[in-house]
Design a protein around this ligand. Structure first.
Ligand SMILES: Cc1ncc(COP(=O)(O)O)c(C=O)c1O
Length: 538
């Protein structure tokens, strides 16, 4: 079937005939091939019969909207290749992937342009993934996956979104993955060499063979994993367990479930920057509560409650991040007393539960919480691997129900494969040995890190820390943000403490991780940091 042409009208002829490509281009009006309508004609003369249908135009009148659109489009094209491209784009928009487009010869005669012009336009469309050519067969509409997205004007999104706070800016430095030659003294997870690889591999293999594991799971999580977490929490105080994909997701879920936009959340100062970010993202207002090396100060907490009327306290009673402080046993009753008197919800982030010595560790606050004030969060990502993203939220009564309800609308359930894997790992007889080994490796690395600090200008009296990190005044009083940047230039990443304060308290601290690579890496990392310190203080 021949390719059809639109009728010549005065307007169309004038427009098409006026544009001169070059002196040799005919000035006589020429018909432009039709593009509107769904018509797909048979193969044209330049291609074999089996090379797919050719997209061409309808035979009906110029008054069709497609024609008008096409002509106005052509009018706006100020170059000959631009006109050819626009014509082909219209055909592509109306065709289907694999439809054959007019040949070079056809386009030359239809549009009155030279072969060079047609080839330039086609080359541009190939680059943008709009069309494909098959040598000897012709040019075809490309599959949508090959077409590159064209970015238009998205300024409207600024107005539509307004000034939402995501908290993302606070977490960005934590999530940054260092380049392969950067030594990571900023990381929050143990070095990959410390993961229980063989336990995880074995558990994954067994997990995928369990009946029903490739299906759905309850919103709360699979029963045996919840029971394991509940038993670990201690004597049954009526707490129920819900599984989440990691501790960060748990914090975010809790803040969104239990508070309304504009509510206060009381937080130790400093505190985990991810909790500050999650609270801000939930529209909450973090309010700092003073602490020292024994944890939160009860008088400070009482004053903050009086002043703000805040109902939610976020606290890390074990190995507080970043200071490493553990809440002194004599302060625990005072905190729980305040919770009872003022009706506080205590969000207990027990993020390093597994890295505490099982023979001497303090019970979580949630272990003695008959009135249901405590929401306990325990994550396995530091002790198994960040990729096995499993954490548990334990709470009682209506608080648990509220959290469960929120979870059910945000994400139906955590993958049963991950839950079964985590359960298999923590119930493996080799699990306690893994934890013991992890604790001792981390302790060795920490000693190495501590020993090298004075040489780079850190005041040893300022150093505190938990199993994964040390927290200290920035060497020689340097600005921690500037030091972080200079350190990166020297090939070592460190955390600046400036964002770790829920209020605006100025801070001159940095955090160094002993979770990085083996000892040699820590030594080289410290040397590089020392160089950065020298450069900044020169
Ligand atoms: C104090 C604290 N809580 C919670 C988390 C969240 O960890 P994840 O989401 O990997 O369980 C972190 C991560 O570093 C943390 O430091």
């Amino acid at each position: 079937m021949p390719t059809t042409h639109p009728p010549n009208t005065g307007t169309a002829a004038l427009v098409a005939g006026r544009v001169k490509e070059k002196m040799s281009t005919p000035t006589a009006p020429r018909a432009i091939p039709a593009v509107s309508g769904p018509a797909v004609s048979g193969p044209a003369d330049s291609g074999p019969a089996d090379s797919g249908p050719t997209v061409s135009g309808p035979t009906d009148s110029v008054s069709r909207p497609g024609w008008i659109a096409l002509f106005s489009r052509f009018m706006s094209q100020d170059s000959a290749p631009g006109r050819v491209r626009a014509h082909l784009e219209t055909l592509v928009a109306r065709g289907r992937p694999g439809d054959r487009l007019p040949s070079v010869r056809e386009l030359m005669s239809q549009l009155g342009v030279s072969p060079t012009t047609v080839r330039a336009a086609v080359a541009e469309l190939i680059r943008s993934g709009t069309v494909e050519t098959v040598p000897g067969r012709g040019t075809f509409v490309a599959a949508p996956s090959r077409r590159r997205a064209r970015s238009g004007d998205r300024a409207w999104q600024t107005l539509a979104l307004g000034s939402t706070i995501t908290g993302e800016d606070l977490l960005a430095p934590l999530r940054a993955t260092p380049t392969p030659d950067t030594i990571d003294l900023a990381g929050g997870y143990p070095h990959p060499g410390l993961y229980p690889d063989s336990l995880i591999t074995r558990a994954l293999r067994r997990a995928v063979r369990r009946p029903g594991v490739l299906g759905r799971a309850p919103v709360e999580g699979i029963a045996p994993l919840r029971e394991w977490f509940a038993e670990q929490l201690g004597p049954d105080g009526g707490h129920r367990v819900l599984i989440t994909p990691g501790g960060q997701a748990a914090l975010s879920l809790i803040f969104r479930s239990l508070a309304l936009t504009g509510d206060t959340v009381l937080m130790e100062s400093p505190t985990y920057v991810g909790a500050v970010g999650a609270a801000r993202a939930a529209g909450l207002v973090p309010v700092p509560v003073p602490m020292d090396d024994q944890g939160v100060l009860a008088e400070g907490l009482a004053a903050a409650v009086d002043r703000t009327g805040g109902r939610i306290l976020y606290i890390q009673p074990r190995f507080h991040n970043p200071t490493g402080a553990t809440l002194a046993p004599e302060r625990r009753p005072a905190v729980m007393d305040l919770a009872r008197r003022h009706g506080l919800i205590v969000v207990e982030d027990d993020w390093l539960h597994d890295l505490d010595d099982p023979w001497h560790r303090q019970e979580p606050l949630a272990a003695d919480d008959p009135d249901g004030h405590v929401v306990h969060v325990r994550s396995l990502t530091k002790s198994i691997s960040p990729a096995v993203r499993i954490a548990a939220v334990s709470a009682a009564g209506a608080i648990f129900e509220r959290i469960r309800a929120t979870r059910s609308v945000e994400d139906f359930f955590v993958s049963p494969i991950m839950q079964e894997t985590a359960l298999d790992v923590v119930t493996d007889p080799a699990w306690p040995r893994h934890l013991e080994r992890l604790r001792s490796r981390l302790a060795e690395r920490q000693e190495l890190l501590r020993d090298g600090l004075e040489a780079i200008g850190v005041d040893p009296r300022s150093v505190t820390g938990g199993p994964l990190h040390l927290w200290m005044a920035s060497p020689r009083g340097l600005d921690p943000d500037e030091l972080r940047v200079a350190a990166l230039r020297n090939g070592v990443s460190v955390v600046s403490g400036t964002s770790w304060y829920p209020g605006d308290v100025p801070c001159g601290n940095i955090r160094l991780s002993n979770a990085a690579g083996p000892g040699a890496e820590i030594t080289v990392g410290l040397e590089r940091l020392g160089r950065a310190v020298d450069q900044l203080s020169a």
